[in-house]
Design a protein. Structure first.
Length: 125
């Protein structure tokens, strides 16, 4: 039977620019960087110590539409301190679409990658 989700794709227009953002700005680590016969490379990043990876796939980024007033994130990254991470990422040039929002279950703050993919950081309670 199914054991785990190993990777998921985020569509980007420039793999080098996306790699720079996800590693140097967000702090994820580069995992796999292999050429493919078709041209674009198989490029993955992930959180240190976790098996799950994001594939930075060359393609057309999604055009998410607002739901209940906000665009849903395609990727949620867990943090142990949402406010601190929010400030750290802002200092690295991340432009947040929301401030840190508080909910009964925890906190989130949303931002876009260079291709407009909506991401969020999350701290649960």
């Amino acid at each position: 039977m199914l054991e785990s989700i190993f990777y998921a794709s985020v569509f980007v227009t420039d793999q080098d620019r996306a790699l720079d953002f996800y590693t140097n700005v967000l702090g994820l680590e580069k995992r796999v960087d292999n050429p493919t016969p078709e041209g674009p490379r198989f490029l993955t990043v992930g959180v240190k110590g976790q098996d799950f990876m994001l594939v930075l796939s060359l393609g057309t980024p999604g055009q998410a539409q607002p739901v209940q007033g906000t665009v849903p994130p395609s990727v949620t990254i867990e943090t142990d301190d949402c406010r601190k991470t929010h400030e750290e990422l802002k200092s690295r040039g991340v432009e947040f679409k929301t401030d840190v929002l508080e909910f009964p279950w925890g906190y989130v703050a949303q931002f876009d990658d260079p291709d407009g993919n909506r991401l969020q950081i999350r701290e649960g309670r």
